[in-house]
Design a protein around this ligand. Structure first.
Ligand code: MG
Length: 265
């Protein structure tokens, strides 16, 4: 008898819930959404922070890090030296023809502002060079929080290890396809980066995640990072500040950049 009553009640509950769902308004939500103005083409939307529009490097500073520092050999030593406040000295790269150009040998540059979860748009050009190949043919990189690299490289008919080619998460994730254009042509990255989260005790709560579109093509689909980029060895997480500057790599090549904007998520 008890079972029968319970069954009847279940049917009554399911029927009444079902009846509720028949009203379309019951599943229609209204919130106070922020209004923004999208940019024309690939230009910045109204709520983006424009990091480089062709005029100057005001939003950037020297990261005081050379190519070697990009190897992150000793994460526990290097990561605490990264700071949301930065070092304050001017970015040593140049602006030429409204484009940002790496001044080889001067080291990484980084934003004066720190960021956590972001959407980034950046356009880059790998110049043609005689006698260069592999990792030494037009290499740079976008380093989220100064330590998580999405590789920039000439990967058009320039073989290298696939987890180190253009749009790879360097030495961690191979892109889904090679969407590279030839040297001398402008290319685009649209990247969503979700910062890793740490507990108060410094343990990892959730890893960094990255989605990358290369020239409009999905090449990294919400992949999880194993830790900061390591040239040698296996990456691992070290707790760090919740917001850190975005850095661009000097790898010794005169790479060119334009139209860089970022949205905080
Ligand atoms: Mg690189």
């Amino acid at each position: 008898m008890k079972k029968l009553i319970l069954a009847a009640f279940s049917i009554f509950l399911a029927t009444s819930l079902h009846a509720q769902k028949q009203v379309p308004e019951a599943t229609e939500l209204y919130v106070d959404l922020e209004k923004i103005t999208p940019g024309e083409g690939t230009n910045a939307p109204s709520d983006a922070i424009v990091l480089f529009d062709g005029s100057d490097l005001e939003k950037w500073q020297s990261a005081q890090r050379g190519v070697g520092a990009g190897s992150m050999l000793d994460l526990k030593t290097i990561i605490p030296s990264l700071s949301a406040e930065g070092k304050g000295s001017p970015a040593p790269w140049k602006v030429d023809d409204n484009e940002l150009v790496v001044e080889p040998g001067t080291g990484f540059i980084e934003t004066r502002q720190g960021f956590a979860d972001v959407q980034l748009h950046i356009e880059w050009l790998a110049p043609a060079a005689e006698g260069k190949s592999g990792q030494l043919y037009s290499n740079s990189g976008v380093f989220f929080m100064g330590m998580y690299e999405v590789q920039i490289l000439n990967s058009y008919e320039n073989p290298t290890y696939n987890n180190g080619q253009a749009s790879s998460v360097y030495k961690q994730h191979i892109p889904l396809v090679n969407a590279s254009k030839p040297v001398g042509e402008w290319q685009e990255y649209d990247i969503v980066f979700m910062a890793p989260k740490f507990s108060d005790k410094g343990t990892l709560v959730s890893p960094a995640k990255v989605t990358v579109f290369h020239n409009g093509v999905l090449v990294q689909n919400n992949v999880e990072l194993l830790g900061p980029t390591c040239y040698i060895g296996t990456p691992y997480y070290v707790a760090h500040e919740s917001k850190l500057p975005l850095a661009l790599q000097d790898h010794g090549d005169p790479m060119r950049f334009r139209n860089i904007w970022i949205r905080e998520l």
